[in-house]
Design a protein around this ligand. Structure first.
Ligand code: GLU
Length: 449
């Protein structure tokens, strides 16, 4: 490996000892960049990697709110503005008890490369709070969101930083956050948040965009292999917004999603999660905040495998879409042993580096990285910003067509970047390289800071 790359990785390990996910993503991304840094000594000269692994700034704030019984609850909120070279900071907010700075740094770092890959002018950020939405009433969610925005509003803005949803933050939360921002600023600021409701500036196709985009990405991979999606079975994990979009588009294209999962197990639906009733039920499960995937098994009479992940199920394609590090080396071995040759990451960093390297080393087995395959979500967020600033809204067909083109370009530019550095059809390294080059050149052009 390039000596400069190694030094930067070592330094990140030393400086962030309690942030394993952040170290994991830095190791994964930077190791792909070794041939690029070999070929471009100017990046070392400008200490570009050393600069890129430190967020431009991080805000940490107290969030106090009253629960339904009148008791005061206290949480910690964050916004990590990772890299703003390409445009306003952009990335989701995650509400989950496990949120801490290391998680948001890993997500913000990934987001910087992902947003670069969309080809649109957006920098990378992530934020959230250690707030657990499970079992909270609508009023509690509203009061939390209002308190969160009261602390955050002075650091964001349409040209500064544009948050959106992520785990635990959907259209309901975005509505409450937007309302509070508007109340505090006394202005309807265009595109200060994305993932808004359609009645107040949201974009058509935004809810579907991550899942649809992942299927469009998959389609490009299948085309490369002279294969088609029709009749394929897909094992998906998760049951949230992303998994829902995958199920919907897969069904429309004649493929079958045979598993979805929750925190405590998965369901196997041999007929596929493909009817309107099943798709709508997924939305109900998510908005109920109950986190019970068993509800699906009970409702549709399909088996539920408690405490298990869906990676032992035989399928043509595997698409982890739940959360980070949900596929470890044992899981990866099962996936490869199934005879499948397609592994498309969709949730952010779902694979341990060990598992990822194992799968990448299998001949003829194709691995697609999440920062590329899930980029359609934030990509359509950028289209939402664009519609807001033009004060108009595009049709469903228009947004979908743009999303489709964006995903085709992401696959093509990743494949081309890997090819240029002699790596063959390596979509993982290619995404890292293509994402990096654009940010690196913008940083170089903007001088030293
Ligand atoms: N949280 C999503 C992501 O991981 C969406 C971010 C956005 O739309 O800004 O990319």
């Amino acid at each position: 490996m390039n000596a400069y790359v190694e030094r930067v990785i070592e330094n990140v390990k030393k400086k962030n000892p309690y942030e394993p996910e952040f170290i994991q993503t830095v190791e994964e991304v930077l190791s792909s960049l070794s041939p690029v840094v070999d070929a471009h000594p100017e990046y070392e000269q400008a200490d570009l990697l050393g600069r890129m692994v430190i967020p431009e700034r991080i805000f940490t704030f107290r969030v106090c709110w009253q629960d339904d019984s009148g008791k005061v609850q206290t949480n910690t909120g964050y916004r990590v503005q990772f890299n703003g070279a390409l445009g306003p900071f952009k990335g989701g907010l995650r509400f989950a008890p496990s949120v801490y700075p290391g998680m948001l740094k890993f997500l913000g770092f990934e987001q910087t490369f992902k947003n670069s890959l969309t080809g649109l002018p957006i920098g990378g950020a992530k934020g959230g709070a250690d707030f657990d939405p499970t079992g909270k009433s609508d009023s509690e969610i509203m009061r939390f969101c209002q308190a969160f925005m009261t602390a955050l509003y002075r650091y964001i803005g349409p040209d500064v930083d544009v948050p959106a949803g992520d785990m635990g933050v959907g259209s309901r939360e975005i509505g409450f956050l937007f309302g509070q921002y508007r109340r505090l600023k006394g202005a309807w600021e265009n595109g200060v948040l994305t993932g808004k409701g359609l009645s107040y500036g949201g974009s058509l196709i935004r809810p579907e965009a991550t899942g649809y985009g992942a299927i469009y990405y998959l389609n490009e991979v299948l085309k490369h292999e002279n294969d088609t999606i029709e009749g394929k079975t897909i094992a998906v994990s998760g049951f949230g917004n992303v998994a829902w979009g995958i199920c919907k588009k897969a069904a429309a294209l004649g493929a079958k999603v045979v598993t979805i999962s929750g925190r405590n197990g998965y369901v196997y639906d041999k007929d596929g999660v493909n009817t309107e009733e099943k798709l709508n039920f997924m939305l109900d499960m998510r908005s109920s905040n109950r986190h019970r995937i068993e509800d699906y098994a009970e409702k549709f009479g399909v088996p539920f495998y408690k405490g298990e992940k869906p990676w032992g199920v035989k399928a043509d394609i595997y698409m982890p879409s739940a959360t980070q590090n949900e596929v470890n080396l044992d899981d990866a071995k099962k996936i490869v042993a199934s005879g499948s040759k397609y592994y498309i990451e969709v949730s952010n960093m779902p694979t341990s580096n060990e598992a990822l390297n194992f799968m990448r080393s299998q001949k003829g087995f194709i691995v697609a990285p999440s920062k590329a395959a899930n980029a359609g979500g934030v990509g359509v967020s950028a289209l939402e910003m664009c519609q807001n600033s033009e004060r108009l809204s595009w049709s469903e067909e228009e947004v979908d067509a743009q999303l489709h083109r964006m995903m085709e370009n992401i696959v093509a530019s990743s494949a081309k970047a890997a090819e240029e550095y002699g790596l063959g059809y390596d979509l993982v390294a290619g995404a890292n390289i293509a994402g990096f080059l654009k940010v690196a050149d913008a940083m170089l052009a903007q001088g030293i800071f």
